[in-house]
Design a protein around this ligand. Structure first.
Ligand SMILES: [Zn+2]
Ligand SMILES: [Zn+2]
Length: 327
């Protein structure tokens, strides 16, 4: 499924199967998650896409061919490909172990063709083995919603009461990790989304309500998964002295001005950018221990446009996933 230009529907097309370079594996894609970031790319809100482009950065598949320098993967291995597709290894961020901030990084499904396809190639150094307990489609949301959600949770610090704004793919995974770690989860959905609030409570949330509501207790930290800038001051209102508000998305509408007293008291606002391979290793080792369960809504590859519309309209329980062998 090809994105030819921003704000145009994806187009079903036959492209040649890509050839793996020396550091790449060729992957037969089995499933690919549909992430909010895909909408930001398709909508032209992220300004530097390869075009035409294959979207998709939550890829699960099997290795069918390996480049000359690939050592740790072989034919038939089941692997996952995340958003971070390549880093330079030489800039000051790479040198400091902050490869998520690499100045020359390339991202899957943005500057590298991704997983809305039957085949894709990926650099073997940015590919993860997938834990055996997960089916292909169930594993797909772990690769971005789970992984960047996990990084956001780490950035939220050692909080007891955690607020999650936007209870979609990422939050439904992060809520489970937070509960496993003994934290209380307070879930905020769009006003009136009772199904979303019930879902959050099923996953162990102490409380669930609309994003404009005040929770019944002061939060120690909040993570914003909804790309809505006005939630930044709203979340600050709910966070205790010394607390942190983490903006987890890659794009957000403008943050409105707000009184300084909302930030006063050593409250922190921060963003989370991308992931490191270490995040991936840690998170994929943790997932089966929790054990994390992903709730997925499945579409066939050719229905990718419908899948994006479903995600945009917001009535999704958990994550949207494309599977390649469904017609
Ligand atoms: Zn770099
Ligand atoms: Zn993503």
């Amino acid at each position: 499924m090809i994105l030819d230009a921003a704000r145009s529907p994806l187009r079903l097309a036959d492209w040649p199967i890509p050839r793996p370079g020396p550091d790449q594996v060729l992957i037969r894609v089995r499933a690919c998650g549909v992430c909010r970031t895909d909408l930001h790319v398709a909508d032209g809100e992220l300004l530097d896409p390869k075009l035409p482009l294959v979207l998709g950065h939550e890829i699960v598949g099997t290795v069918v061919e390996t480049g000359a320098r690939v050592e740790h993967f072989g034919f038939g291995d089941r692997v996952g490909v995340p958003w971070l597709g390549w880093t330079c290894g030489a800039c000051r961020y790479c040198a400091a172990g902050q490869e998520n901030l690499c100045e020359r990084a390339l991202f899957t499904g943005y500057q590298i063709d991704g997983g809305y396809a039957e085949y894709t190639v990926a650099d073997h150094r940015y590919v993860f083995p997938i834990p055996a307990r997960y089916g292909d489609a169930a594993a797909a949301p772990l690769l971005c919603a789970g992984l960047i959600g996990y990084r956001s949770l780490v950035m939220a610090g050692d909080c007891r009461r955690l607020g999650l704004y936007g209870f979609g793919a990422a939050a439904h995974i992060v809520a489970q990790v937070a509960r496993y770690q003994g934290r209380e989860v307070y879930a905020f959905t769009r006003a009136g989304d009772e199904a979303g609030q019930r879902f959050a409570v099923e996953l162990g949330a102490t409380w669930a309500g609309g994003s404009e509501e005040m929770p019944p207790a002061e939060l120690d930290a909040a993570i914003l998964f909804a790309p809505v800038g006005s939630l930044v001051p709203q979340a600050l209102r709910c966070v205790a002295t010394g607390g942190t508000v983490v903006c987890a998305g890659i794009h957000m509408s403008d943050v409105p001005s707000f009184p300084y007293r909302l930030l006063w008291g050593e409250r922190t606002i921060r963003s989370v950018a991308n992931l490191t391979r270490r995040d991936g290793d840690e998170f994929l080792a943790l997932a089966p221990k929790v054990p994390l369960r992903t709730e997925i809504q499945i579409f066939g590859l050719a229905d990718a446009n419908q899948a994006l519309i479903q995600l945009r309209t917001g009535r999704v329980r958990g994550a949207v996933v494309l599977v390649m062998d469904r017609h």
